[in-house]
Each structure stands twice: as structure tokens, then as C-alpha cells.
Write a protein that binds this ligand. Structure first.
Ligand code: PEP
Ligand code: MG
Length: 302
């Protein structure tokens, strides 16, 4: 989600948490960049409305098919591969600092988790950690309250990050796979191009192997790995991802209850066997065929 008024829908659907709050939508309607106080008020209101349930907020990921910040070069030849996500935040330290301060201040009002988009280099994460350390020191000095243990995570959306997840995981509290972009960048297929939709496939074995690699890295480091994006809205994906070891799913509010019904009816052991079987397959079509057999049988016996 990306708007405060969507929180009610998540709660009405009995979501356990907000798995992804996209902050770039904050400036979709505003002509100017939101100030620290304006951002703080939104994050605080969201946490208060959640009443103690966790919310994972992602720092700005502007560009591609999203709003374009005033200071960005609007004529980038490949905006989806361009100056966006963490690259832009690190390239604009005062802009990033404003958002981090607002988030940390809001963390005193609920259960806030923060994740960073489009990380592809370990150095980027190191820079984020150092900015956070600096701002925490500043807030302590000002005696501004914040959650000292606010969990932070990496949004795994780029194959490089998935492949390097064993190096990223020890430095954070969680990993969250952004499957929309992970598919896009693994298969080199523009996710918004309708002419290529038939090739944009969550069941491509390369994508599934990257999910497995990421989950294993998280678990070896004792942290959870969740999955967000459009794919968890499709029922057949859930037993497979559960079997691959994914610890939590984020989907749009209207799909929460049906996703929970599917997951509640799964046997974890059977899902693990299904995942092992599927990882040995070589094409999306074979995977899809295997999964269709699984969902056409009673879910308890996939
Ligand atoms: C993703 O890439 O899967 C994701 C959840 O983020 P977005 O759709 O905002 O790119
Ligand atoms: Mg993404």
C-alpha cells in the first residue's frame, strides 16, 4: 500500500501486518517534497492506526513507472534501470536524511520496520547503515525518542542482491523479496510491457532458484525472509513459496483472507516436497503444470 486510507482495508481484512508501505506515493499529489514533519505525521498516523501491529515501510523508490522527483533527470534512457531506489537516496544525502529522521522519530509510536529498495551492492547497504548510525546519534543527542531496535531489512529485487544475500543477511534483521522486480530483472522483461506479459513468469526456474538462495541465506543468519509483490495474490504460488521456506507473504488487502485460507490448508512437509520437486524442473511450463496438479487436488494432499 502507499496511502494512509488503505490501512483500514488491511485491518478489515485481518492482515497481521503491513508488509510493504511504498513511500514514493507520498509526493504523488504534492508539488513539493514532503518535509520531515509531514512524513513523520504520516508514518506516525499509520502506526497508530495499526494499533501495535507491525508495518514495514520502504524508503523512496522513485522512477520507472512511478512519480518522478523534481530534481531527477526526466530523460534517463532506461529509467527502470536508472537513478532510483537506494541509488537516488544515497546520491541525495539530505533528502535521505529527512526520510530516515522522520521514520526513526515515528518508530517511537508503534512497531515500525524499514526496508531499502533496489540494493545491488553490499557497499550501498554499508552506507545506509552508517547514515542510520549517524542519525540515531543525532536523535539521542536531541533527546528525541525512537525505537533503538527498529528492525531494518533489504528488499531483494535485483538478482545481484539475491545472489549476494549471504553477505547482506548478517547485517540486517530481515530480507523481503520483491518478486515483481526480481522477475523483471532476472528475465530482462519490462514488467509493464503488455506485449511481453506472456514471458513475464513467476514460475521461471531461475526466479525460483533465486528465491531459494535468498531464503537460505536469511535462515542461515537466523532472520526471516518474506515475499511481497503481485505473485502471492495467486493461490498456486503460495504452497510453492511456503515450501521454498518463505516466512511471510504480503499482498493487497482484498487477497489476504483467500491467501490465509490456502496457507492454512497446506501441509508444510508436502509443500517442501513440492518445492524440491519443482526446483528440479527446467521450464516455467513444467513448473506450472506441476502446480496445477497440486491445486486441483485437495490442498491437504498436494
Ligand atoms: C517488487 O518489486 O516486487 C515490489 C514489491 O515493489 P514494487 O512493486 O513497488 O516495485
Ligand atoms: Mg520493486
Amino acid at each position: 500500500m502507499g496511502r494512509l486510507d488503505e490501512v483500514a482495508a488491511a485491518l478489515a481484512a485481518d492482515a497481521e501486518a503491513i508488509g510493504l508501505y511504498r513511500t514514493e506515493l507520498l509526493y504523488l499529489t504534492a508539488p513539493d517534497l514532503p518535509t520531515e514533519d509531514e512524513q513523520f505525521e504520516v508514518y506516525r498516523a499509520m502506526l497508530e492506526r495499526m494499533g501495535g501491529k507491525a508495518a514495514t515501510v520502504r524508503t523512496f523508490d522513485d522512477g520507472g513507472n512511478r512519480p518522478v522527483l523534481p530534481f531527477k533527470n526526466k530523460t534517463e534512457p532506461n529509467p527502470v534501470l536508472g537513478y532510483r531506489g537506494i541509488r537516488m537516496s544515497l546520491g541525495r544525502p539530505s533528502f535521505f536524511r529527512t526520510q530516515l529522521r522522520a521514520l526513526l522519530r515515528a518508530s517511537a509510536y508503534g512497531s515500525l520496520r524499514v526496508m531499502f529498495p533496489m540494493i545491488s551492492h553490499l557497499d550501498e547497504l554499508e552506507e545506509v547503515l552508517s547514515a542510520l548510525k549517524h542519525i540515531k546519534k543525532e536523535l539521542r543527542r536531541e533527546r528525541t525518542p525512537f525505537d533503538e531496535k527498529m528492525p531494518i531489512g533489504v528488499n531483494i529485487e535485483v538478482p545481484a542482491a539475491a545472489l549476494m544475500s549471504a553477505a547482506l543477511a548478517p547485517k540486517v534483521d530481515f530480507l523481503s523479496i520483491g518478486i515483481n522486480d526480481l522477475i523483471q530483472f532476472t528475465l530482462a522483461i519490462d514488467r509493464s510491457n503488455p506485449d511481453l506479459a506472456h514471458l513475464y513468469h513467476q514460475y521461471h526456474p531461475a526466479v525460483l532458484h533465486l528465491v531459494r538462495t535468498t531464503v537460505q541465506a536469511a535462515h542461515q543468519n537466523g532472520i526471516p525472509c518474506t515475499l511481497c509483490g503481485e505473485a502471492p495474490g495467486q493461490e498456486a504460488v503460495l504452497p510453492l513459496m511456503l515450501g521454498l521456506g518463505v516466512d511471510g507473504f504480503s499482498t493487497s488487502p482484498n487477497l489476504v483472507l483467500s491467501a490465509r485460507r490456502v496457507l492454512n490448508n497446506c501441509s508444510y512437509r508436502e509443500c517442501q516436497n513440492l518445492a524440491d520437486e519443482v526446483l528440479a524442473l527446467n521450464s516455467s511450463a513444467e513448473v506450472e503444470h506441476r502446480l496445477s496438479r497440486a491445486v486441483h487436488r485437495p490442498l491437504q494432499s498436494i
